[in-house]
Design a protein around this ligand. Structure first.
Ligand SMILES: [Zn+2]
Length: 253
C-alpha cells in the first residue's frame, strides 16, 4: 500500500459506512463528546460513537467508575420498583424462570425472588456480582459475559435488560447469546436512553445520557423496530416515559 492509499484507508475508516441497526448508509455528525465522534443514522435515528472505543479504553474507564456503591435504602427502593415492573409488565406465576441481564448488585433478581420466581442474574462486573451474592443470596448469579453462562441457565420465561444495551460494543452478538437462553414466547423488558425523545437537546452531546466510552449506542423507537425483529423478537409495546427513556416490552418468537 502506498502512503496515499494508507491515508485514504484511514480517512474512510473514520467515517461510518453502514448503520449496524437498519443497514442505511446516510449519516450526519451529531457532535463530539470526550473526544469521541458521534454520528446519527438518517434512516433509523440510531446514534453511535464512531470509531468505537477499543476494549482497553472501555476497561480502563470501568476500573475507575463505580456504579455499584450500595446504599441500602436506595437498593431497597430499587427492589420495590423492580417488583412493580415485574408485576406490571411480565405477569409472572410462581416458579417461572427469570433472568436479569446486567443484574448489577442484584436488586432485580431479589425482586423476582420475592415474587416467587426462580431468579437468576448475570453481570460482567465481578465486584457488583460479589455484592449481589452477599446482599441477596437467594438468587443465582454469574459474573462474566453472557456468552459464558452455565449450560443449564436456559428456558427462561422472563428477562430484564435495564440500561445495558447502550454500553455494548456488539449488541447483535449479545442478543444472539441472550435469545438462546429464553423460551419461545418469553417476555423481555428492556430500557435504554431514548435518542428519539422530544426532550433530547438539539446539541446531542449536551444530553446527560451522552458519556462515551460508557454509552456508545443510542437507540430510538425506529431503531428498536429494526433491531428486535432482526433477532426474532416482536415488540409487544413501547411504554411511554416522561423521561428520555426508551422502555420496550418484547416477546421472543
Ligand atoms: Zn440506521
Amino acid at each position: 500500500m502506498t502512503q496515499t492509499e494508507t491515508a485514504k484507508t484511514a480517512e474512510a475508516a473514520s467515517e461510518p459506512s453502514r448503520c449496524i441497526i437498519c443497514g442505511g448508509g446516510t449519516f450526519r455528525p451529531a457532535g463530539v463528546s470526550s473526544g469521541y465522534r458521534i454520528f446519527r443514522c438518517m434512516g433509523c435515528g440510531f446514534h453511535f460513537v464512531h470509531p468505537l472505543p477499543s476494549l482497553e479504553e472501555i476497561a480502563a474507564i470501568y476500573e475507575k467508575y463505580s456504579s455499584n456503591v450500595l446504599y441500602s435504602a436506595k437498593a431497597e427502593r430499587k427492589v420495590l420498583r423492580a417488583m412493580k415492573q415485574i408485576k406490571r409488565y411480565l405477569k409472572p406465576k410462581p416458579g417461572d424462570r427469570f433472568i436479569d441481564f446486567g443484574c448489577n448488585i442484584g436488586t432485580g433478581v431479589e425482586a423476582a425472588h420475592r415474587l416467587g420466581l426462580e431468579a437468576y442474574g448475570v453481570d460482567i462486573d465481578e465486584e457488583s456480582v460479589g455484592i449481589a451474592r452477599n446482599e441477596y443470596p437467594a438468587g443465582h448469579y454469574h459474573a462474566g459475559a453472557v456468552e459464558s453462562l452455565p449450560e443449564d441457565w436456559k428456558d427462561f420465561d422472563f428477562a430484564f435488560m435495564i440500561e445495558v444495551i447502550e454500553h455494548l460494543p456488539d449488541p447483535h452478538a449479545y442478543f444472539e447469546a441472550m435469545r438462546a437462553r429464553l423460551k419461545p414466547g418469553a417476555l423481555l423488558y428492556l430500557t435504554t436512553p431514548d435518542a428519539g425523545h422530544w426532550r433530547v437537546p438539539k446539541d446531542f452531546p449536551a444530553w446527560q445520557e451522552v458519556f462515551p466510552p460508557q454509552h456508545i449506542h443510542y437507540f430510538t423507537r425506529t431503531a428498536m423496530q429494526h433491531f428486535l425483529p432482526a433477532h426474532g423478537f416482536e415488540i409487544v409495546r413501547f411504554v411511554w416515559s416522561p423521561k428520555t427513556r426508551l422502555k420496550v416490552l418484547a416477546r421472543k418468537l
